[in-house]
Design a protein around this ligand. Structure first.
Ligand SMILES: *Cc1c(COP(=O)(O)O)cnc(C)c1O
Length: 458
């Protein structure tokens, strides 16, 4: 189309009201929840950019599919639709439904990972890291150096450092590396894409050492779109063809259907090895359910099958990636430091640059996230030392590589004016950055502490 504005490729069919808590109500909420935005009631949030996970709007065709879900305990027709859709996109022989992505991780790692192992990834997502560590193995992040530099304009900042991967395998020994994983797009590293060339290079190393290669495929369609836009030789391929090629380079994947499944719940493991699949299914029965539903209702399987078709439509992906870039342009043109170029599903504010007076152990990104809520009821999430800081033997903490606030954009949920409002809130907080203070943790859990920790202002 010859017009500049990329419009939402849908019209609104059902609406849900937004609440507007006052500033006093927001202040009171912050005190009540110990300044941890995970503690908010959804009704206390005006624009919720906490996550793009399970927060998207489903299409009329997905809802129609749900009405037609088959709730047979074993052999549900909806399972076969789910399985065949995923087989068609990925080419994997074995498709195991799970109730969400972390359940897929738990089952796969419990099957493949042993104590003392090392699992390389470009950047582990928080639940992925926790599930590796729960097996008493080490989760090692090997993203390229540009991926840790918020100002680098490298087109594929999610790429894995292939030389570092090879060094890791040599150093710890092939037998202690049960699988290599690459996260597409690299969520915790800024939602940055991974190139096909990099996937091919990782495959080559894995082949040389005979190590299985898996994708954390939550945003495979967004990654495919970036490859189409940025990598030579892919401009004329469809997102589905590119996705198929990405999956052809690996032995399996874990997936959260709450992301590029365009569904509100669900996930799966896809893989080719029948022995690993059998062991995964045995665990699945123990913790999730029978292999043809895996912790999901038949209607969920329908919603996911339909969502996986819609997510690969070019009009959808063009709108999706453009809507994130639009928010990024809005805030960065006002001088707010962000991770550039913007990722697929989120804009990451660079709190280290935004609040240089707050040191990492006073959690600058947490402070910024709290301020966006206080300012305009916008909920983002800290991706920094609260989420990834490591305790040291002396009781201090090894800070995270970056201090980011992620503003994740739910799929097909907010309009351009909602995003304009978010931009204004971020800019208003930036104008009083010097007055923002850090936090200390008053209470925390032994793992995934960011979900439940409580804070006090300094
Ligand atoms: C969301 C996510 C997961 C976990 O999926 P859940 O459905 O939330 O359990 C794993 N990896 C990445 C990259 C994710 O974004």
């Amino acid at each position: 189309m010859p017009y500049r504005t990329i419009i939402e490729p849908f019209k609104i069919h059902t609406v849900q009201a937004i609440n507007f808590p006052t500033l006093q109500e927001r202040e009171a909420a912050l005190e009540r929840i110990g300044y941890n935005l995970f503690g908010l009631n959804g009704a206390e949030v005006i624009i919720d950019l906490l996550t793009d996970s399970g927060t998207g709007a489903m299409s009329s065709k997905q809802w129609a599919g749900m009405m037609d879900g088959d709730e047979s305990y074993a052999g549900s027709r909806s399972y076969y639709r789910f399985r065949d859709t995923i087989k068609d996109i990925t080419g994997f022989a074995e498709i195991i439904p799970t109730h969400q992505g972390r359940a897929a991780e738990k089952i796969l790692f419990a099957t493949m990972v042993s104590p003392g192992d090392v699992v390389p990834n470009n950047t582990h997502f928080d639940t992925t890291r926790a599930n590796v560590e729960y097996q008493e193995a080490e989760a090692r992040d090997l993203v390229i150096a540009e991926g840790k530099d918020p100002s680098s304009m490298h087109p594929f900042k999610g790429d894995m450092d292939v030389a570092a991967l090879e060094r890791t395998i040599e150093q710890v020994g092939r037998d202690r590396v049960p699988l290599v994983m690459v996260t597409i797009t690299n969520n915790s590293g800024g939602g940055q894409p991974v190139s096909m060339a990099n996937l091919r290079a990782v495959r080559e190393v894995c082949d040389r050492y005979d190590i299985p290669f898996f994708l954390d495929a939550c945003r495979f369609a967004e990654n495919a779109w970036f490859i189409k836009q940025r990598e030579e030789g892919y401009a004329d391929k469809t997102p589905r063809e590119i996705a198929r090629e990405m999956f052809s380079l690996v032995d399996g994947c874990t997936m959260s259907a709450k992301k590029d499944g365009l569904a509100n719940i669900g996930g799966f493991v896809g893989l080719n090895d029948p022995d690993v699949a059998r062991d995964c299914r045995n665990l699945l029965i123990l913790t999730e359910g029978f292999p043809t539903y895996g912790g999901l209702a038949g209607y969920d399987l329908e919603a996911i099958a339909q969502g996986l078709e819609e997510v690969l439509e070019e009009t959808y992906l063009q709108y999706r990636i453009r809507s994130t870039a639009y928010l990024a342009e809005k805030v960065s043109s006002a001088g707010v430091p962000i991770v550039r170029p913007p990722g697929g599903h989120a804009v990451y504010l660079d709190a280290k640059a935004f609040l240089p007076h707050i040191p990492p152990h006073q959690y600058p990104a947490q402070a910024l996230a709290v301020e966006l809520y206080r300012e305009g009821g916008v909920r983002g999430v800290e991706i920094g030392s609260v989420m990834f800081g490591r305790p040291k033997p002396d009781g201090s903490e090894e800070p995270a590589a970056m201090e980011l606030v992620r503003l994740a954009v739910p799929r097909r949920t907010y309009t351009q004016s909602h995003i304009d409002y978010v931009g204004e809130v971020v800019i208003a907080a930036a104008e009083r950055a010097e007055d923002i203070r850090g936090y200390r943790i008053t209470d925390q859990a032994p793992w995934l502490r960011h979900f439940t920790a409580r804070f006090a202002p300094l």
